[in-house]
Design a protein around this ligand. Structure first.
Ligand code: NAI
Ligand code: MG
Length: 326
């Protein structure tokens, strides 16, 4: 039995994760054993701890976890959980779907974001009343591991190349190491690469999204640039992500708790359901993953749609429509 931990978290996590679980239960054919765990603001208010030890252990011991979002405590939850599953890459596809009013309908790319270090490694210090510092961590080993994943990723998809976004012209030591490690692995594997400075990328992506298929980035850059891509394809309600480790993974929508709409039952469940499709794919249930994606695509094309996409449907109505397609 494949063990899947479900963490709704806060805000719309409580609305979109149950939607995704309905989908997993429908296509999973009894293959999954679900257990529920708590993390985020709500459990922190009650117990003082946003990430109970039990949750960490359950996630570390499971085959995969489906996570919604945490509010103010997001960093205290999501960073350790990525570590719990041994994740070294955050896979973030950003794709414009037919029927969705996207700024750039030709956008279809995937970010492969380094997921363990960079400026998110947590080494911040307050040195005086006036001065704070942040230590950026970059290792050759983590960069190489990301590059190996990227090479496999493009090869599996019949592509022959990926882009590497960095700023090694300024951060010569840290991004220099990142760049060198990634380029060297790609060369060894016979995969072509194209370098792009990350600030230039932020201009080039909206101007000509067709240029990019797979983009390898350091941690913070991948976070920011994938949100930029979200803006091009119709909003955060559409972007799934996978935190991939060797034998465990954590799957979550890119969006947060959306306090402005939480509790109203109108959150777009597409990002969470597409995250569930990534979970299925990771667990080798390729057919089920394809079917879920097709269901979401059909509903995005024909409706019903939630208000973020200009419709007036509820989360449940959209989920029912996806289920009807499976
Ligand atoms: P957010 O993603 O929660 O919301 C940004 C905007 O997108 C809002 O207008 C929201 O209504 C809309 N939106 C997001 N997901 C949507 C969906 N599924 N359907 C329809 N509309 C959607 O980002 P924000 O506002 O910056 O952060 C809110 C809270 O979420 C903060 O406390 C933040 O710390 C947390 N957060 C947690 C993350 C995580 O747990 N991985 C990631 C990002 C933010
Ligand atoms: Mg983010």
């Amino acid at each position: 039995m494949t063990e899947v931990v479900v963490i709704e978290g806060d805000g719309i996590g409580r609305e979109v994760v149950p939607a995704a679980v309905r989908v997993l239960k429908t296509v999973g054919n009894g293959l999954f054993e679900f257990s529920h765990a708590e993390a985020g603001d709500a459990v922190a208010e009650r117990t003082g701890d946003p990430l109970p030890d039990e949750t960490y252990r359950m996630v570390a011991d499971a085959d995969a976890t489906l996570f919604g979002a945490a509010g103010e405590t997001a960093a205290d939850v999501i960073l350790p959980l990525r570590e719990a599953v041994g994740s070294f890459v955050n896979v973030r596809p950003a794709r414009a779907y037919p029927g969705v009013d996207a700024l750039r309908p030709e956008t279809d790319l995937v970010f492969l974001r380094e997921n363990t270090e960079g400026v998110y490694a947590g080494h911040e210090d307050r040195l005086s009343a006036d001065l704070s510092t942040l230590t950026r961590v970059v290792t050759t080993s983590a960069s190489e591991r990301l590059a190996e994943f990227a090479c496999e990723y493009v090869t599996d998809r019949g592509l022959d190349k990926f882009h590497v976004a960095h700023k090694a012209n300024v951060m010569r030591e840290t991004d220099g190491r990142f760049r060198e490690a990634v380029l060297e692995i790609a060369e060894q594997r016979g995969v072509e690469t194209e370098e792009v400075l990350m600030d230039a990328f932020a201009t080039e992506l909206p101007l000509d999204p067709k240029r990019f298929d797979v983009v390898v980035t350091p941690n913070l850059a991948g976070d920011v640039l994938s949100d930029l891509a979200a803006g091009l394809v119709g909003g955060l309600g559409l972007l799934p992500s996978a935190n991939v480790g060797d034998d465990n993974g954590l799957f979550e929508p890119v969006h947060g708790t959306a306090p402005d709409i939480a509790g109203r039952g109108i959150a777009n469940p597409a990002a969470a359901i597409l995250s569930a499709a990534m979970l299925l794919e990771y667990l080798g249930k390729t057919e089920a993953a394809t079917s879920v994606r097709a269901g979401v695509e059909a509903v995005l094309a024909d409706g019903p749609r939630t208000p973020d996409l200009g419709g007036s449907a509820t989360t449940d109505e959209v989920t029912d429509a996806v289920l009807a397609h499976l």
